[in-house]
Design a protein around this ligand. Structure first.
Ligand code: CP
Length: 308
C-alpha cells in the first residue's frame, strides 16, 4: 500500500507505527527485514532529511538503494511523461519515495507504478512522513500528545509539513494555535478538518499574545520559493516570526521547539543551546520512524492491529 496522505492512516495505525518505531529505536529489529528489497528515491525537488533518512533507513534494514541519476539526466528531461517514467522505473525496485513540485504527481505515480509510493512532499499539499516523525517527536519529548497546546507558527498557507501536521494533530485531544499573518493563513479545507474532527483551535497573528499557554512551538521557514512575487515574499520575510531566547523567557520553561528544517532566520542560533530546542532530535527520529514505515509497507502491515 502507498502512503500519499496522512489521511490514509487511522489513529490506531499511527499508534502501532509508533510502538514499532520505539522497538526499532531500542535496537529490537530485524536487520534483514528489507533484504533483497530496493528503494527508489525519486526527488524532483531538493531534499536533505527526507531522502537521506529514507536511504539510511533502508540500508539499516538490509535493503538497497537504486542510484537514480540527477533528474536532468533522466529521459524525462527529453520529454518522457511522468506516467511512462513511473511505469518503467517501478520494475527496477520494490518501493518508491517521491517528492515533486506538483501536488497531483504522487497520485499519478501511484496510479502508474507497480510498487508502493511514499509521498516525500507534493507541492504545497502534504508531507505525511514528516508528520509521523513530528508526532513521534512530540510523544517522545512530552510523554504524550493529548492535552497539549500546540502552536503552529509561520507560513501555514504554503508549508506542506503544516498541512499534514494539522490533519495528524486532529486525531488527538489537543488545542491547536494557528499563528500566521493574514496572507499566510492555512487553506480553508484544513479549518473544515479541524471542525469536523472536533479539535479546538485558536487563530491569531500574534505569537506573544499566546506564548505563555503553549507546550510545543512548531515553526516553519517562510516558503519564499512558493510565493510568485518576490517583493511580497521580502515584505513577509521582514515581519516574519523569530524564536529567540528573549521571546522564550515569556514561555513555559519546558516549552518544546520543533522545526522540520531547513531553518533560516526564524529560530536564532542561540536557541540551539537550550534544552527546549528539539529540532535536531526531531530530524534524528525521522530515521527510526521511516525504518518502521518501510518495514510495515514492505510487509503489507501498515494498517495493523494496535496490539502488534
Ligand atoms: N523536513 C524536510 O522535508 O527536509 P528536506 O527538505 O531536507 O527533506
Amino acid at each position: 500500500m502507498s502512503l500519499l496522505s496522512i489521511d490514509q492512516l487511522s489513529k490506531d495505525d499511527i499508534t502501532a507505527l509508533f510502538n514499532h518505531t520505539q522497538e526499532i529505536e531500542r535496537g529490537n529489529f530485524d536487520r534483514e527485514a528489507a533484504r533483497r528489497k530496493i528503494l527508489i528515491p525519486l526527488f524532483f525537488e531538493p531534499s536533505t532529511r527526507t531522502r537521506l533518512s529514507f536511504e539510511t533507513a533502508m540500508l539499516r534494514l538490509g535493503g538497497q538503494i537504486l542510484q537514480v541519476p540527477n533528474m536532468t539526466e533522466l529521459a524525462i528531461s527529453k520529454g518522457e511523461s511522468l506516467q511512462d517514467t513511473l511505469r518503467v522505473i517501478s520494475f527496477f525496485g520494490d518501493i518508491i519515495v517521491m517528492r515533486h513540485p506538483t501536488e497531483s504527481a504522487v497520485y499519478l505515480a501511484d496510479e502508474y507504478a507497480a510498487v508502493p509510493v511514499i509521498n516525500g512532499g507534493n507541492g504545497c499539499d502534504e508531507h505525511p512522513t514528516q508528520t509521523l516523525l513530528d508526532l513521534y517527536t512530540i510523544q517522545k519529548e512530552k510523554g504524550r500528545i493529548d492535552r497539549l497546546n500546540i502552536a503552529l507558527v509561520g507560513d501555514l498557507k504554503h508549508a506542506r509539513t503544516m498541512h499534514s501536521l494539522i490533519k495528524g494533530l486532529s486525531y488527538y485531544d489537543v488545542t491547536v494555535f494557528l499563528i500566521s499573518p493574514e496572507e499566510l493563513r492555512p487553506p480553508k479545507g484544513l479549518f473544515d478538518t479541524l471542525r469536523q474532527r472536533g479539535v479546538s483551535y485558536f487563530e491569531t497573528p500574534n505569537l506573544q499574545e499566546v506564548i505563555r499557554e503553549i507546550d510545543v512551538i512548531y515553526i516553519i521557514m517562510l516558503q519564499h520559493h512558493r510565493i510568485p512575487d518576490q517583493q511580497v515574499a521580502e515584505r513577509l520575510r521582514q515581519r516574519y516570526y523569530r524564536i529567540t531566547p528573549e521571546l522564550l523567557r515569556m514561555a513555559k520553561p519546558d516549552v518544546t521547539i520543533l522545526h522540520p528544517l531547513v531553518r533560516r532566520e526564524e529560530v536564532s542560533l542561540e536557541v540551539d543551546l537550550l534544552p527546549n530546542a528539539a529540532y535536531f532530535r526531531q530530524a534524528q527520529n525521522g530515521v527510526f520512524v521511516r525504518m518502521a514505515l518501510l518495514c510495515r509497507i514492505l510487509n503489507g502491515s501498515l494498517h495493523s492491529n494496535i496490539m502488534d
